[in-house]
Structures are given as C-alpha cells and as structure tokens.
Design a protein around this ligand. Structure first.
Ligand code: FAD
Ligand code: NAP
Length: 311
C-alpha cells in the first residue's frame, strides 16, 4: 500500500503533523516510531513552559494524550525503526524499515529529533548504564539519599540537577566554565539549592568503576588541580546530536541538504531541498529545541504535506 504521508519519529513534531494531516483529510498516514510515542521530553522530570499547562507536569504526563488524539483522526502508529529514506526517480519515497520491509510514500516528514551527546570521558562508554546516565527521571531513584555528579551547564543539566537534589543527599554540578547557558530562572534555583555544590571551571577527567558500576569520578580544574568525588552515579548532560542518519544514502550522500552541523535545511514551510520531503523539530536548522516549537513545526509540515499530496 502507498502511504500519503510517512512520518518518521513520534515526538511532538511527528505527532502534531499526524494530527493536522489526518484531520485535514489525508487518508493513509503512518507514523514510524522506534519506541513509545512522545519523544525525548518523556524523559524529562518537569516541563513548565508548555503554553496552557499552567502547572508543572512531567514530560510523560504532557505527552500521554497526544497519540490518542492523532489516532482518533486515522493516523496509524507503527512501532518500527527506520533505517533509511530514499526517493525514486518517479518521485515516490521508499522508507526502509530495520526488519527489511520497504514502505512506499508520496510524502515524508523527518521528525527524528535529537539524542543526548556523550562527553567523551574515559570510562563513560564502558560504564554507561552502570552508573553513567543521561536520564534523571529514569535513573535518579537509584541514588536516593546518595551523592551524585552532574556534568554540563545548559538547561538540561541544571533542571535535572534540581530534580536530583530532591532525591539525592547531594548533587555536585560540574561545569567547564563559570557561566551557564541555562535560563536565568533555572540558574537562580540552582544557586539557591542547599543540596547542589557547584564545581566550576572544571571537567571530569575520568569515571572510575568496578564490576558493579561507577565508584567515583576524577574532576580536574583549569589549573590542573584534581579532586576525587566518591559518587556511585554521574549524569551527563552535554548537549544533543541530531538524528539524521536515515537520510544517508547508499552512495554516501544525504537525501537532502544539511548544514555543517548536520541539521536539515528547511524553509518556513518545513520544506527540505527535496520536493515532498519535509523536516521539523529539533532536527532542523535554527530549532529553538522546545516542545511548543516542535509542535508548531509539525502543524506546518502536516498542512504542507496535505497540500503537496492533494496537488
Ligand atoms: P524528539 O522529541 O527527539 O522525538 C523524536 C522521536 O523520533 C523519538 O521518539 C525517537 O525515538 C524517534 N526516532 C528517532 N530516530 C528514529 C528512527 N530511525 N526510526 C523511528 N523512530 C525514530 N523543551 C521544552 O519546551 N521545555 C522543557 O522543559 C524541555 N525540557 C527538556 C528536558 C530534557 C531532559 C530534554 C532532553 C529535552 C527537553 N526539552 C524541553 C526539549 C524538547 O524535548 C525537544 O525540543 C522536543 O522533544 C523535540 O521534539 P521532536 O519531535 O523534534 O523530537
Ligand atoms: P546545551 O544547551 O547545548 O548545553 C550543553 C552544556 O554542556 C553546555 O553548558 C556545554 O558547555 C557543556 N558541554 C558540552 N560538551 C561538553 C563536554 N565534552 N564536556 C563538558 N561539558 C560539555 O544542551 P542542553 O542543556 O541539552 O539543551 C539542549 C537544548 O534544549 C537547548 O536549546 C536548551 O535550551 C533546550 N532545553 C530547554 C529546556 C527548557 O526550556 N526548560 C530544558 C532542557 C533543554 P559550554 O556552556 O561551555 O558550551
């Protein structure tokens, strides 16, 4: 069966696109999501800047009703990982699924978002999942009344340090500079937290572990002074990488134009350099990396896909 629209990625962008495309009249719309729908925000302990949701909720709570709303208008959800998207000479897209199936579609939205970056610290990869984590909501509970370290100086690091401060006995927040990227309100809360100790102008040199997992980290400052922290866990929040690998073609080229950092180049209608191929949310150039913006991109892309297919 030929899809009208194939949506790759079921975060706020993909889900909103599905809602607009199906409610606008597209009949065969499928969203391919390798995990549960909702996207990366479902791993966040709190969101307080989604308009209309006046009280703080968890990311999971925010996203829970979204899939049901899209499916009410006919969007299909397929729990599948997409390995590649290509376009044939006749203008039809081919969506290659990891299991080997190839699905044909008249239009495609790339809404695969972004994933946490690794810091490249010695011991980080070996101990990942054994005390090294990128999700405080998922793993924070393991460190109840224990000390933990957090690495990073952006919104994610500071917000998750605050979340961990409610569970853990102490949080060491390690940042390589003495000013933060996070929003001023969050910085203020961190500075006022009695449970958070700031370790600035410093980085983690090594994560130490044994067979059971992390046993400590070695922190080094700009003067090369070392400090050992005997923590059983470290949370690494050093930014995000865009998930653009499905655009990589067999000949090594990318299906559409990307900027130097791998972000998909789109216009204000979420159109990529390839006709019928749309992209939105964290994966696109200039993304504000906010749920409300991702949802806005999804709405634009859904409307544009509708126009493209109907034409
Ligand atoms: P994502 O949410 O990343 O969703 C992409 C989806 O695509 C994922 O579900 C993924 O599984 C799927 N996928 C990827 N590749 C494939 C593939 N090959 N095949 C199938 N499926 C695939 N924003 C705010 O507005 N307020 C906040 O308070 C806030 N807090 C945050 C806290 C944390 C800890 C994090 C990590 C982010 C936070 N953000 C916040 C940012 C926000 O979550 C993102 O901007 C938003 O989720 C981006 O949506 P998206 O749809 O573009 O991508
Ligand atoms: P980010 O803003 O890119 O911050 C990454 C942090 O990690 C920076 O402080 C950076 O230091 C540090 N860092 C990077 N590489 C490092 C390394 N190898 N070793 C040590 N430190 C390293 O990433 P983010 O915090 O994940 O946020 C991503 C986007 O999502 C942002 O646009 C953010 O605003 C958004 N977001 C928004 C909210 C919200 O609205 N409430 C919440 C979470 C995320 P430098 O500062 O020195 O570069």
């Amino acid at each position: 069966m030929m899809l009208d629209l194939a949506i790759i990625g079921g975060g706020p962008t993909g889900l909103t696109a599905g809602l607009y495309a199906t409610r606008g009249g597209l009949k065969d719309v499928a969203m391919f999501e390798k995990g549960l729908p909702g996207g990366q925000i479902t791993g966040s302990s709190e969101i307080e800047n989604y308009p209309g949701i006046a009280h703080e909720v968890t990311g999971m709570e925010l996203m829970e009703p979204w899939p049901e709303q899209c499916m009410r208008f006919g969007m299909k959800h397929r729990m599948e990982e997409v390995s590649r998207v290509s376009r044939r000479d006749d203008g039809i897209f081919e969506v290659f699924l990891l299991g080997g199936e190839v699905v044909e579609a008249k239009s495609v939205l790339i809404s695969t978002g972004s994933t946490p970056r690794r810091a490249g610290i010695k011991g980080e990869d070996e101990l990942f999942g054994k005390g090294v984590s990128t999700c405080a909501t998922c793993d924070g509970f393991f460190y109840k009344q224990k000390e933990v370290a957090v690495l990073g100086g952006g919104d994610t690091a500071l917000e998750e340090a605050l979340y961990l401060a409610n569970i853990c006995s102490k949080v060491y927040l390690i940042h390589r500079r003495d000013t933060f990227r996070a929003s001023p309100i969050t910085i203020e809360k961190v500075k006022n937290s009695e449970k958070i100790e700031l370790i600035l102008n410093s980085n983690v040199k090594e994560i130490l572990g044994d067979k059971m997992g992390v046993i400590g980290v070695t922190v080094v400052d700009k003067q090369n002074n070392e400090r050992a922290l005997d923590v059983p866990g470290i949370f690494v929040f050093v930014g995000m990488n865009v998930n653009n690998s499905i655009l990589l073609q067999e000949d090594g080229s990318y299906l559409c134009d990307l900027d130097d950092n791998g972000n998909v180049i789109v216009d204000l209608k979420m159109k990529t350099s390839v006709e019928g191929l749309f992209a939105g949310g964290d994966i696109r150039i200039g993304a504000a990396k906010q749920v409300v913006c991702a949802a806005g991109d999804g709405a634009v892309a859904g409307i544009q896909a509708l126009e493209y297919v109907n034409d």
